[in-house]
Design a protein around this ligand. Structure first.
Ligand SMILES: [Zn+2]
Length: 176
C-alpha cells in the first residue's frame, strides 16, 4: 500500500487493482479545467456513475495546497487513456482562461499548490525510484484529447514548467 503521509485519504471506487504487470514509469500532471471547488472535484473523481465516463486520479491538489489521495499508488487510476497502467496521475484545481465561457479569466495555479505538488512528487520519486524525466504533462500523451491539460505557459497554457521543474529538481536533490 502506498499512501502519501501528507494527504487526506478519500478513496475512489474508480480504479483497477494492481498495474496489470506494467512497470510504473510516469507521473502525469493534470489540471481540472472546471469549477474552483476542491470538494466538488473530489466528488466527481469518486463518482462511479457521472454523466460522462467515470474518471479518477491518484491525487488532487487544491488551490490552498491541500492534498487529497483517491487511489493507492499500487493501483491503476483512470486519468490518462493508454497510459493509466504505467503512470501516477496528479490533478490540480486550476483552469485555462476561456474554458468555462467566453471571457472566463481562468483560475491560475497558486504558489501553495505548486509547492505541495513538488513535495508530493519528491515523495513519489523516492518511493517509486523514478527520476525527474518521469514527470510529464497530460497534453504530451499521444492519445489525449486534452490539449490544454498541463500545457506550458511558454506555449499558451497555464503551467509554469520552467519554474516547476526547478522546484522538482530541488525536491529531488533533497530526497536523493
Ligand atoms: Zn488531464
Amino acid at each position: 500500500m502506498k499512501r502519501y503521509p501528507l494527504a487526506t485519504w478519500t478513496p475512489s471506487p474508480n480504479f483497477n487493482r494492481g498495474r496489470g504487470g506494467v512497470a510504473l514509469t510516469h507521473i502525469v500532471i493534470h489540471h481540472t479545467d472546471g469549477q474552483p471547488r476542491l470538494d466538488r472535484a473530489v466528488e466527481h473523481l469518486c463518482n462511479p456513475k457521472p454523466s460522462g465516463s467515470p474518471v479518477s486520479a491518484h491525487f488532487i491538489i487544491g488551490q490552498a495546497g491541500e492534498v487529497v489521495q483517491l487511489v493507492d499508488v499500487d493501483n491503476t487510476a483512470w486519468h490518462c487513456s493508454g497510459w493509466n497502467k504505467r503512470s501516477v496521475g496528479i490533478e490540480h484545481v486550476a483552469r485555462t482562461p476561456g474554458e468555462l465561457s467566453h471571457g472566463d479569466p481562468g483560475l491560475p495555479l497558486t504558489a501553495a499548490q505548486l509547492e505541495a505538488s513538488a513535495r508530493l512528487i519528491g515523495w513519489l520519486m523516492q518511493t517509486l525510484e523514478l527520476g525527474l524525466d518521469a514527470v510529464v504533462p497530460h497534453c504530451s500523451s499521444p492519445v489525449t484529447t486534452h490539449k490544454d491539460c498541463g500545457r506550458a505557459d511558454s506555449d499558451g497554457g497555464i503551467w509554469p514548467w520552467a519554474k516547476y521543474l526547478e522546484m522538482l529538481r530541488a525536491e529531488f536533490s533533497r530526497a536523493g
